[in-house]
Structure formats: C-alpha cells, structure tokens
Ligand binder design. Sequence first.
Ligand SMILES: [Fe+2]
Length: 370
Amino acid sequence: MRVVALHEGLEGSILALPVHGDGGRLMLGAGTRLTKRLIAALLSRGYTRVAIEDALAPDIEPEDAIGEETRLLAERALEESAKKLIARKSPDIGAISLAVETIIADLRKNSKMCSGVYTLRSYDQSTYTHSVNVCVIALAIADSLGWSLGSLKKLGIGALLHDIGKILIPISILNKPGQLTDDEYALMKTHSEKGWELLSGCFEVGPVAAHSALEHHERLDGSGYPRHLKGDEISDIGKITAVADVYEAMTSDRPHRKAIFPEAVYAFMVQKKGILFDGTLVDTLFKRIALYPTGTIVSLWGGYVALVTKQDPRSNFRPYVRIVGGPGITKPVDISLYERPDIKINLLLDDYPPDTKRLIAEALHGTCEE
Ligand SMILES: [Fe+2]
C-alpha cells in the first residue's frame, strides 16, 4: 500500500485501509474500488489522504502506534462525550478512561519508537483524529519520561479532551479554507477557556486533566493564550499537550494548507526550545515519533522517488525506503536510509510523479499507464 493525497485521478484505485467516519463508524472497507462519486464524497467530508493498494508495495503494512480498534474506541468515546457536553451533561468518563488505558497498553506493547500516526482526514469539529493523535503523542512523551500510571491516565484524559471547547465554535470558522479575520481568530482562541469551563465543572475529569484544555496554547515566553502564562506557571500537562498538539497540527493537512515537511517542523520546534516549548519535552518527542510514517511517498536528493517501507528502530528520521523512480532506476531498490546517510529526504509527495507512474506501468505491464 501507499498513502496518497485524495484527488479525482484516483478513480479505479483500491483502498488498502478502511475509511472510518464520525465516531469511528466504517464508511468504506478495505478493497473498495474508488469511483468519482466516492472520491467526491470523501473530499466533501474533509478527507485529504487515503491508503491505496500498490503493485510495487504489496508487502507494506501500516505501522500505527496504537491498534485500529483502540483508535476507534477513543474516537467513539470522544464523540459520545462531546454529545453529552453539548447537552450540558457530564462526559462519559468511563469510556474516556478505558480508551486512555488501552492507548497506554498499546504504546507499551509497541517498540520504543512511536511508529507513525495516520491522519488521513483534515481537522474539523466533527472528527477526532487530531485529538486521538495528540493523546497518543503526549502519552508517548510522558511514558518515556517515566511518569506513573496514575499521572499518565490524567494526562491522557486531558489530552484526549484538550480541544473539546471547539464544540462551541462555529464549524464555518473551524473549517474555513482561508486565513481567519481578526474577529474570527479571537473567537477561535476562546476554545481553550471554553474547554476548561466544560471540563473543570465535571467532577470525574478533575482540574488536573482540565488544565490540558486551558493551557495547551500557552507558550514558555508568555506569548501564548489565554492567560499568557510563563515558564513553570504552565502545568506539566499543559506543556506536554502543547508540544504534542503543535507537532500533530503542523504535520497534518489543514483546511487552509497541506502538511508541513516533518524535518522543517523538527527544525522549528528545536529552534524554539526554551522559548516556546520545554526543551526536554521536544527532545523526548523527537526520540519517540517516526517522522515519515510507513506508506508515505518521499522524494530524495538527486531526483529519486521512494516509498517508506518500514520504520528502523535505529533512527526515527531514517526509515527503510523503496526507490521506485529516478535516474537509472528500472526496477525498485530497497535501501536503509540509516545505512546511507549520504541520501537525504527532500520532500513529502502527494503521489508518484507522472514519470514514475509511467515507468512503473511499463515495468509491470509493458504498457504506458498515461
Ligand atoms: Fe487547541
């Protein structure tokens, strides 16, 4: 399989991974052939990427930090809690706790490295993919730092619910494709206080976890919001959620922009250590996260196109790749980027470029695809 940007040209491609809708409900199963109508339906629902079958990569399996069932459990718990909060009832904290405990168990079962998170859908109010990813990343950081199980659970509950205040922000603002006006941005920024108000009143959530909602946009130098807290005025839960939220948001497609190149996000966050973000947390994040999820298409220096085939426990920046196109490439070549430090990753690609597709079609069928 390979992960590609969703567009009309994918008509006829076969889904390699299922597509889930709100609350984790199955929308399209693996094996579904994409039609123009299905592609249009997915695009209109905010999906930006899909995993499709690839004759050059039948052996590539997704490597998620948590199991698919766990992800669905967490999304469902979040959706149910959001519905209850909208109705001014207490969230289903039992379901949220169970989801957090399952995420912690999955992370501990996995290898030490968090092997990539799949964000196939752009962020909006009705989906919870971003919140689940933030929760997974925050827990991976805290677990690496030796937090107790009790503290991890509080962090996980807070991180899962950190953006819950957005249920009170108009969806037209959340999904606006362009730049927000000053007034719209001011309204958007109220989601952290709204989240705090929704959560701090719930006895079962407790004030510690509710700080995740209130403080995830605070920054060490006081430039964040809503209270412009500085340094240790920000709780540990607030600091960890901030680091996880920024990494996840920057490396995901958003309504107004594409995902940012992971090494550019790394450079930005490292540069802002001690200024915006806690340095230890940034360092721990980049020890735990796989920058290039398996199935991603990258371009390499020298004009080569490659697929990420497997994560390498030796380096989360240098996965195994399969070179499928570029100068002198007539058949796929598998290499370890860790063992080839001279080969740099240049960009993330939405799909194979047309030249590569043509070469592949010729190699596979002896004919031109395009
Ligand atoms: Fe937020």
